[in-house]
Structures are given as structure tokens and as C-alpha cells.
Design a protein. Structure first.
Length: 193
């Protein structure tokens, strides 16, 4: 979610230089972000506008700002497991604190040097889109477009109606409590330099 077209071009170029094939869909303000997540209006076609696997969120947007979008995301159970990475020009301490209080998974200040920016985007992609393990999509959360769909519709229906249980964690929905923060509400520091 980025309102600056130049920053969008930089992000696309950083994805390209890192060889990422992940689709990168952009909305330019908070209202569009909410409409996209709801699958409403211009964003109602999920084949064209799939469920995101990750949100890169700028804080400074016109209208509904990044903080308000983050608050909206975390107030809706169907999105509480969606990783939200704040990627912004701000390094202001209260912005960092507020973003984590609202449920951000990470807070990164955009590096000034392009090579550092490319490296930060590589770290984001490698961790959040390749290595990170998310809970199974549940009754509220449809599978992101890149997850291959089972041909057995009974299995899909079963996963959507009853969260899977395991002896260690109970309901998979429990993995997503505290805004998707695995530290149980404690602040996590970003693993990125």
C-alpha cells in the first residue's frame, strides 16, 4: 500500500533484481486497501485481485493512513494472521511503537541507498514469502492464490469449517491471536538490518 508512484517503481525494480516472481499488486490509499481486502467494488474479482500473502504498508497515505489501515486489518478476525510489514520513510520512535501496538509484524525504514533497499526487499521476500510458515487458511481466511488448491472439495470444505487441531497448539486459530504476533503480544524487533 503505497501512494508514491516513484516508490512503487523502486519496489518493482527491487523485486525484479531479486528475481522474485511473486505478484505485486498496489493500492494507493487506505480506502482502496480496505476495499481490496473486502473484495468489494473494483477489487471484487479474486482471480484478478487475489488474497494477499503479505502487505507492505506505508504509513503516510492520503485519507485513511497506514495506522488506520493496520488497525482495520487487526480488528477483523479474517485478516489477523496476514503479515503486515510497515515499509516507510519514518524512523520516528512513536511511529514504531504505535505500529507494533496496532499489530505490525515488522517495521522497516526505507533505506536511502538503492542497493540497501534491494537487500531489504530480498530479506522481506525470503523470510515472509519463502521461509515463514503461516497457519492453514481457516473458515475466515481463503487460501492465497499461490497455494495450490486441492481437487477434493470435501477436504477444502472440512478445512474451512473446522480449524485443524494438534496436541501442541490446539486450534490453529490460536496461532493468530495478538494480531498475528507469535510473541503473545510482546513486541518483536525486526530481523532486518
Amino acid at each position: 500500500m503505497e501512494d508514491n508512484p516513484e516508490d512503487v517503481l523502486l519496489l518493482r525494480e527491487a523485486f525484479r533484481r531479486n528475481g522474485f516472481q511473486f505478484p505485486l499488486l498496489v493500492v494507493s490509499n487506505g480506502e482502496q486497501a480496505v476495499s481490496y481486502l473486502k473484495g468489494e467494488g473494483d477489487y471484487s474479482d479474486r482471480t484478478q485481485f487475489p488474497v494477499p500473502s503479505l502487505i507492505l504498508l506505508d504509513l503516510k497515505m492520503p485519507g485513511m493512513d497506514g495506522f488506520q489501515v493496520l488497525q482495520w486489518i487487526r480488528s477483523h478476525p479474517e485478516w489477523r494472521c496476514l503479515p503486515v510489514i510497515v515499509l516507510t520513510t519514518s524512523f520516528y520512535g512513536p511511529d514504531v511503537e504505535r505500529a507494533y501496538e496496532l499489530g505490525a509484524n515488522s517495521f522497516l525504514t526505507k533505506p536511502v541507498e538503492f542497493d540497501q533497499y534491494v537487500a531489504s526487499v530480498r530479506n522481506i521476500g525470503e523470510f515472509w514469502l519463502s521461509k515463514n510458515i503461516m497457519p492453514e487458511p481457516g473458515p475466515f481466511i481463503p487460501a492465497p492464490s499461490w497455494i495450490s488448491k486441492s481437487t477434493d472439495s470435501e477436504t477444502q470444505d472440512q478445512h474451512r469449517t473446522a480449524p485443524e487441531k494438534d496436541s501442541k497448539h490446539g486450534n490453529r486459530d490460536k496461532h493468530c491471536e495478538n494480531g498475528g504476533n507469535p510473541a503473545g503480544g510482546k513486541k518483536l524487533h525486526s530481523p532486518w538490518p
